[in-house]
Design a protein around this ligand. Structure first.
Ligand code: 6PG
Length: 240
């Protein structure tokens, strides 16, 4: 597999602008090729500026939102109106602000039993993608090297079959629901968005080739035929 493409930008705001441009270009390409654009959004704080950019000009007009399908790389086991919900965060900064048909937004039902929610979402992904994958997966990385809700040492890292699983995260003492490594690696484009000096050491570790028995979860993200790109700010790239 080709090494990931790594682009470093001076500030988080410039990272967000570059990411919006990358997503818009990927959307336009997918819409030309297939007439639809299936993107999985990530949670956390990093993508907030990106979502706000996509919900504003020029992107709100540039992207044909009627043909965009929204998925979620992971979700917390909370109701959709909970401030911790990735669906809630994406809705208030993006989804409520663009002309996307509600039927095109596929949220993970964090409010129901985690196993049931994971099975339900996995069946939706199977029905929509069969043995294929997303056009675009937007991912972040935690300071521990997790991505989506694939946390170090958690059972979901070993999943080789399902597209989505419930994953108990010991250090959060909480269930999460997450897309799995095999499914994410079927994406055509994966964009890893990481900013801030607190993640610099982990970024350096993540981007070094490893044959460790237990690589970082983020090191398992290697699309089989798609493209993986990291967008970093100078702080996360230890270039401050
Ligand atoms: C989540 C995210 C998670 C996130 C990282 C980074 O549900 O929290 O999907 O994988 O991308 O934890 O979070 P920050 O962007 O807040 O640093």
């Amino acid at each position: 597999m080709p090494p990931p493409k790594i682009r470093v930008f001076a500030t988080p705001a410039i990272v967000a602008e570059a990411a919006a441009q990358h997503i818009a270009e990927s959307a336009e390409s997918a819409l030309r090729d297939t007439g639809s654009f299936a993107i999985a959004l990530s949670g956390g704080n990093t993508p907030r500026m990106l979502y706000q950019l996509l919900a504003d000009e020029p992107y709100v007009s540039r992207i044909d939102w009627s043909k965009v399908e929204i998925f979620f790389g992971d979700e917390r086991c909370v109701p959709p109106e909970d401030r911790e919900s990735n669906f809630h965060r994406a809705s208030e900064t993006l989804l409520d602000l663009v002309p996307i048909p509600p039927a095109n937004i596929h949220r993970i039902r964090g409010e129901i039993d985690p196993q049931a929610a994971a099975i339900e979402y996995g069946q939706l992904l199977k029905q929509r993608f069969a043995d294929g994958g997303l056009d675009f997966a937007l991912l972040g990385m935690g300071e521990d090297g997790h991505t989506a809700s694939l946390f170090p040492g958690s059972a979901a890292l070993a999943e080789t079959n399902h597209r989505c699983v419930a994953n108990f995260v010991d250090n959060l003492n909480a269930w999460r629901i997450t897309m799995t490594v095999p499914f994410l690696n079927r994406s055509k484009q994966i964009l890893m968005l990481v900013t801030g000096s607190a993640k610099a050491e982990r970024v350096q570790q993540a981007l070094e080739p490893t044959d460790a028995a237990e690589p970082l979860p983020v090191q398992l993200i290697n699309p089989s035929s798609g493209h993986l790109t990291w967008f970093l700010d100078a702080a996360a790239a230890c270039m401050e």
